[in-house]
Write a protein that binds this ligand. Structure first.
Ligand code: AP5
Ligand code: ZN
Length: 216
């Protein structure tokens, strides 16, 4: 099964994708994670992407579609994929069609997380992750069970993203409205879109997504 998780910054795409990885053995392909890894490693792509990401704007279609193609090539054909944060423009949606078709993959579902943008600012500015294993947390909505200690790996080091400040978040949301939301009708016309209330508690969002995807 191959699915797209679509929604503005902070909608919960990464949160739900990690759970699907754990529960269904699918692979999460997050262009945001790939780009952050490239920035950290100082690769040519990372050098190009850094300032664009820090401004909350979109990295070029060629770069992100190239990254997705490389990752798909590394997967066994039967492995299910969750596209998280990709595609984000009409050009990327078109590239994805080609990338999937040339690998005999089909797109099964596009799940849109519907959210209230103002609440997202709080979600994003309160977000942090474990510096060691990457588990995601939130100051209010998902604190570690023991303060300051990662539930998953026990690490006591956490980090925050440089683009998670309010000003950049507003730019990221404007980019979503202008460039990403307009691709939904493409998938609607193919009958692929299912909508989920992304403002519900995390566990309820999980339940709704499970209902859409059906038995494992
Ligand atoms: P990317 O990394 O994709 O960021 P994003 O789309 O802005 O999404 P986020 O990771 O911020 O949010 P999310 O929906 O995953 O939410 P999360 O689950 O963490 O992209 C970053 C940048 O990279 C872009 O700005 C761009 O520059 C570049 N880029 C990436 N892909 C690109 C592409 N395809 N083309 C061009 N450029 C690209 O949840 C947020 C917080 O809320 C967490 O703390 C979580 O615990 C909490 N939370 C989650 N769900 C709930 C809930 N239901 N209730 C309460 N709290 C919740
Ligand atoms: Zn950890």
């Amino acid at each position: 099964m191959n699915i797209i998780l679509l929604g503005p910054p902070g909608a919960g795409k990464g949160t739900q994708a990690s759970r699907l990885v754990a529960e269904r053995g699918m692979v999460q392909l997050s262009t945001g994670d790939m780009l952050r890894a490239a920035v950290k490693a100082g690769t040519p792509i990372g050098l190009k992407a850094k300032a664009v990401m820090e401004a909350g704007e979109l990295v070029s279609d060629e770069i992100v579609s190239g990254l997705i193609g490389e990752q798909l090539d590394a997967l066994a054909p039967e492995t299910g994929v969750i596209f998280d944060g990709y595609p984000r423009t009409a050009a990327q949606a078109e590239s994805l069609d080609g990338l999937l078709a040339s690998r005999n993959r089909t797109l099964d579902r596009v799940i849109e997380l519907e959210v209230n943008e103002d609440a997202l600012v709080e979600r994003i500015t309160g977000r942090f992750t474990c510096a060691k294993c990457g588990e995601g947390y939130h100051d209010t909505f998902k604190r570690p069970k023991v303060d300051g200690v990662c539930d998953v790996c026990g690490s006591t080091e956490f980090k925050r993203r440089p683009d998670d400040n309010e000003e950049t978040v507003r730019t990221r949301m404007a980019e979503y409205r202008a460039k990403t939301a307009p691709i939904l009708p493409i998938y609607e016309a193919r009958g692929l879109v299912a909508r989920v209330d992304g403002m519900a508690p995390i566990a309820d969002v999980e339940t709704s997504i499970e209902a859409i995807l059906g038995p494992k």
